[in-house]
Design a protein around this ligand. Structure first.
Ligand code: NAD
Length: 260
């Protein structure tokens, strides 16, 4: 799948590239011969990741909730072949207790931020380019205490389909990957709650949680010529968790709180 050496390197921007799935994706696309801009809210993290990749890869600071910042990122990047939006986070709380500002904060990064990235990436992607977002198993499976995250990721799945329709005439493919439980800094706290990982794994077909590389492999495929007839798709990469039920994360947290 690697680019042949006489073809110019494909240019890719990976947002949320300083950590977890984004970092694995940046490395995987670099290994495919792409020239990467590692973009992240964590500017120092992005710089050190780009330095780890070495020249010609670069770093940029971006906040997906700030349209000016996203516009600057893509204006500076110029014409590109691949944009991957990984930035995201979740909070936990019952709807009846949740400050609306907390709900909005997750929607802002995971859903509105994805639209802002699609808007500006869509203006800079070359015809035939590829845009990939990271959504979640929670876009189709509800988790108690995760209202904002579930709603944002479900919205992102539909946004992906609309964008695929709109950008299809230019040959731009718009897809998403929906990971199940993947070990990253984002999930470290949940993974440390007794019972959470076991509950997830028991409710998969393949009997394990995921690695960032599992997800990066899917992103590389969605950006490659091998998927050239694939658009508007949300690819479940979760070991078969979508075939069963979502773990009772909130229940495990409550039991831990009661014991302490
Ligand atoms: P992570 O915390 O390791 O990495 C997320 C990165 O996004 C961080 O570097 C962070 O600085 C950056 N970021 C956060 N807010 C940002 C903003 N406003 N602008 C720019 N960058 C910002 O998390 P991860 O587990 O690698 O998650 C990556 C994506 O995968 C997220 O969208 C997450 O919802 C999704 N996802 C993760 C899992 C999992 O189990 N880890 C499962 C399903 C979906």
């Amino acid at each position: 799948m690697s680019d042949s050496s006489d073809r110019p390197a494909r240019k890719a921007v990976v947002i949320g590239g300083a950590s977890g799935i984004g970092w694995a994706t940046a490395q995987a696309l670099a290994a495919e011969g792409c020239r990467i801009t590692v973009a992240d809210l964590n500017a120092a993290g992005a710089r050190s990741r780009a330095a780890e990749l070495g020249a010609p890869h670069t770093a940029a600071a971006v906040d997906v909730t700030d349209e000016d910042s996203v516009q600057r990122l893509f204006d500076d990047a110029g014409p590109l072949d691949i944009a991957v939006k990984c930035a995201g986070f979740s909070n936990v709380g019952l709807i009846t207790d949740m400050p609306v500002a907390d709900f909005r904060a997750v929607i802002d990064v995971c859903l509105t931020g994805s639209m802002i990235v699609m808007k500006h990436a869509g203006r800079h992607l070359r015809d035939g380019g590829s845009l990939v977002s990271i959504t979640s198993l929670n876009g189709r499976q509800p988790g108690a205490g995760m209202s904002a995250y579930c709603a944002a990721k479900a919205g992102l799945s539909m946004l992906t389909q609309v964008a695929a329709l709109e950008m299809g005439p230019r040959g731009i493919r718009v897809n998403a990957v929906a990971p199940g439980f993947v070990h990253t800094p984002l999930t470290a706290a949940a993974a440390s709650v007794p019972g959470v990982i076991e509950d997830y794994v028991d409710n998969t077909a393949l009997g394990r949680a995921g690695t960032p590389q599992d997800i990066a492999n899917a992103v590389v495929y969605l950006c490659s010529p091998g998927s050239s007839w694939l658009t508007g798709e949300v690819l479940d990469i979760n070991g078969g968790a979508h075939l069963k039920r979502y773990p009772d994360v909130m229940g495990h947290v409550m039991r831990l709180v009661e014991q302490s």
